[in-house]
Design a protein around this ligand. Structure first.
Ligand SMILES: Cc1cc2nc3c(=O)[nH]c(=O)nc-3n(C[C@H](O)[C@H](O)[C@H](O)COP(=O)(O)OP(=O)(O)OC[C@H]3O[C@@H](n4cnc5c(N)ncnc54)[C@H](O)[C@@H]3O)c2cc1C
Length: 394
């Protein structure tokens, strides 16, 4: 074979080897990090496509700064350990500074920790790719996933954990120059400072003892308002922001009984307090009809804007039968393994929904649990094939 052709063939084989692995994980958030780490810990070769700055900006993962519903994931543990280490009198000033600091643990820290562990301890089996996965198809021996920078990766199994994005409230704000700009961007400082909340299960308890406004106009939003009042006894109002309330008669009767008022007028201003940085001390909302609604927290309950299901759709996975648009529907998965209707394709985390209808709580620890279940299923299959080959040869 001429040298050039030989090198070409050699490069092609090498490329195939580099790009062939046992599992491809797509998604650089909670489910993806848990799947990638567990796959590597099981000795499976794994390519973890983590996305890029654009996918991160459009994901939930990036905005979860302070996890305080997971036992064991607590900044307090870290803080106490550091304080113990600095016990001598010479460290008095450092102890004081550390005692004052907030040791928040958020999704970015959790994912970074997994990244560092994979790079330090599992570089032989794990490849990290900070690109966006843009296409997926069935190949001869599994799947091919392509990235926006031209990589084509092959694997026998794919785990998707590309997440979802919530619908965000727009504010019809008049700028200092007198221009009306109707946009979601006005909420960012309050969303970033956890004055606007999104997850009733993980953040609901923050509203204890304070007035709260729930943003939404559906029956589900009204149910969030009722629940916050029932759990925490706080004053709650429901803000439709231009939408009419669509709630069941029983929900309306309960709202009446609990004194939960509904205002349908558009939001025109978010009122901030004096203390801290912008967004940290929400005082309430001003509506277009002149009403001022006092609130220390806003709970956004407007449903989902997107489920990032494109790759699952390209591979032919079944979605739930919701009546919303296709790009806001969850991927149906088996309850025990998180496998989709396509064999070898798994979906975990916020983008997935159990085929049986059993709700899975959309939380960090549930995304992690189902990521691990998916890896377990892949590992079982890989080992079954290996056993069969071993026995065939005997
Ligand atoms: C404001 C807020 C606060 C929350 N607080 C808590 C809490 O305190 N405790 C708790 O348990 N849960 C909390 N949750 C819920 C929790 O964040 C989610 O359940 C969890 O992040 C879901 O993980 P996931 O992997 O499904 O999605 P995400 O963590 O959102 O990750 C999705 C990832 O996919 C990547 N991606 C998307 N498309 C592509 C692509 N085409 N190619 C490559 N990568 C791609 C994105 O960049 C992102 O990294 C909170 C949610 C919100 C919105």
């Amino acid at each position: 074979m001429p040298a050039g052709r030989y090198m070409e063939a050699f490069e092609a084989t090498r490329e195939a080897l580099v790009n062939q692995c046992q599992v491809i994980v797509v998604g650089g958030g909670i489910g993806g990090s848990a799947a990638a780490l567990r796959a590597a810990q099981h000795g499976l070769t794994v390519a973890w496509i983590r996305g890029d700055a654009g996918t991160a900006r459009a994901s939930r993962a990036r905005y979860v700064y302070n996890v305080d519903n997971m036992i064991g994931v607590s900044g307090g543990i870290v803080q106490r350990k550091v304080l113990e280490l600095l016990s001598g009198p010479e460290h008095a000033a450092a102890r004081e500074a550390i005692a004052r600091a907030h040791f928040h643990i958020g999704v970015p820290e959790i994912v970074e920790d997994v990244t560092l562990r994979l790079t330090a301890d599992f570089a032989d089996v794990a490849t990290l790719i900070d690109e966006k996965a843009i296409a997926a198809r069935a190949g001869d021996t599994g799947f091919v996933v392509e990235t926006d920078r031209g990589q084509g990766l092959r694997a026998g199994a794919v785990i998707l954990s590309t997440g979802v994005m919530d619908r965000q409230p727009r504010v019809k704000l008049t700028t200092k120059g007198g221009k009306v700009v109707d946009d979601i961007r006005w909420i960012y400082p309050w969303a970033n400072a956890e004055s606007l909340l999104y997850c009733i299960l993980c953040e609901g308890h923050l509203v204890r003892g304070t007035p709260v406004a729930v943003l939404g106009a559906s029956d589900a939003a009204a149910q969030v308002a009722l629940l916050l009042h029932e759990r925490y006894g706080v004053a709650v109002v429901l803000l439709g922001n231009g939408e009419a309330l669509e709630a069941r008669p029983e929900t309306l009767r309960l709202m009446d009984a609990y004194g939960v008022a509904f205002h349908g007028a558009r939001l025109v201003e978010i009122l901030d307090g004096e203390s801290g940085r912008k967004g940290e001390s929400l005082r309430g909302f001003r509506l277009e009809d002149g009403t001022q609604v006092p609130a220390r927290f806003g709970m956004v309950a407007m449903g989902l804007h997107r489920v990032y299901n494109d790759l699952a759709l390209q591979l032919g996975a079944e979605l739930d039968a919701g009546d919303g648009p296709e790009d806001a529907r969850h991927v149906l998965v088996d309850d025990a393994t998180s496998e989709t209707s396509v064999r070898g394709l798994f979906a975990v985390g916020d983008m997935s929904r159990h085929r049986s209808g059993t709700p899975s709580l959309k939380q960090i620890y549930t995304a992690q649990e189902y990521a691990v279940r998916a890896v377990q299923a892949i590992d079982r299959r890989e080992r079954a094939v290996r056993r069969a080959r071993v026995l065939e040869r005997r």
